[in-house]
Write a protein that binds this ligand. Structure first.
Ligand SMILES: [Mn+2]
Length: 333
């Protein structure tokens, strides 16, 4: 491999002050795995480093090495440098951070730019893939089992355990290297897929009752009302990944999950594409963002019906853009 210089490495190497590595709110394995891997590595390098997240580490991520060291944001401390990982900007932290310098490591398209130190590659299958590249350039021998486990967790989950269209030969190459460095694929899978609670099963049951098809079966979605959490003893984080149920239906191109968030007075939406439709564009038209195949946004509306109307209109426009359905005008003509 050619010698590359990644500016963020120089910035981190030179940093003498306190560093914060921050994951986005409602963390998933890629953001937290990235944050923890970088945190553990920098700690080994003798840096004064902290790893932070607005939310408590959810049950499904509590096995990630170093998870118990995550501090809850916001904090009073003023950092010299803060790095946000796997997020399109600091606004995705959901908490204020006091810092002199900001940087971003991410694989989302678009988003905020903080300077030449930002390390962004939308072609990377996961942000942990970028962190791995970065750590290899710095000192591959410092990547221990715990770091490898965090990196592997982000790679495995962001590729749907090597099933999604972002899975390439390079993804397996990377997975192979991480396994050689100590990641344990079976353990990771068991931790993610076989630690569900009975409450979560009851939540899934309620959510599956809401499955609806639209646009002649090209679109399917679920609605998750706030009362479902209280009724089943689940938390908001238990809704993570449920969008894969409507996605799994034959013929569906776009899947959505719409989740009531009364505390923020919004409806949170997750969008998934099976390949033909760019759901990042749909999310952007609603003020959100993401990748071509996975994106999200928040819809402000006075009622569920109003939120659904906004969402389905935006999805319809997305289908029209790809020529999957004819524009409404020509249909009525
Ligand atoms: Mn990611």
């Amino acid at each position: 491999m050619m010698e590359k210089s990644i500016p963020i490495i120089e910035l981190l190497k030179e940093e003498k002050g306190p560093i914060l590595i921050a994951s986005h709110e409602n963390p998933d394995a890629d953001t937290l795995g990235s944050a923890l891997a970088l945190y553990l590595f920098l700690k080994k390098k003798g840096k004064e480093v902290y790893v932070g997240c607005k939310d408590r580490v959810p049950h499904f991520l509590d096995f990630l090495p170093g998870a118990e060291e995550v501090i809850r944001l916001p904090v009073d401390k003023v950092f010299s440098l803060a790095v946000v990982v796997d997020a399109s900007g600091f606004y995705r932290l959901g908490a204020e951070v006091k810092t002199f310098k900001r940087a971003r490591i991410d694989h989302h398209v678009g988003g905020d730019f903080y300077g030449i130190w930002d390390y962004i590659d939308p072609d990377a299958p996961s942000t942990t893939a970028l962190i791995y590249r970065l750590l290899c350039e710095w000192d591959r021998t410092a990547i221990d089992e715990d770091i490898a486990e965090n990196l592997y967790a982000g790679l495995a989950t962001d590729t749907g355990f090597f099933k999604y269209s972002n899975t390439t030969a390079e993804t397996f190459e990377l997975a192979k290297e991480l396994v050689e460095l100590g990641a344990k694929p079976n353990r990771t899978y068991v931790m993610f897929a076989e630690r569900e609670s009975i409450n979560k099963m009851r939540l899934i049951s309620k959510v599956l009752d809401t499955i609806t098809l639209h646009e002649d079966g090209l679109v399917a979605g679920i609605s998750i009302f706030d009362r479902f959490f209280a009724e089943t003893g689940c938390e908001y984080s238990d809704s993570e990944g449920l969008v894969n149920y409507p996605r799994s239906i034959e013929g569906v191109e776009v899947a959505y999950a719409i989740i009531e968030k009364p505390d923020e007075q919004v409806w949170k939406v997750s969008l998934r594409s099976k390949g033909k439709v760019d759901v990042a564009k749909i999310a952007e038209s609603l003020g959100g963002g993401g990748h071509k195949y996975a994106s999200g946004c928040k819809i402000r509306a006075n009622s569920y019906e109003e939120a659904m109307h906004k969402l389905l209109s935006a999805i319809r426009e997305g289908l029209e853009r790809e020529g999957l359905i004819k524009e409404a005008v020509s249909q009525t003509a």
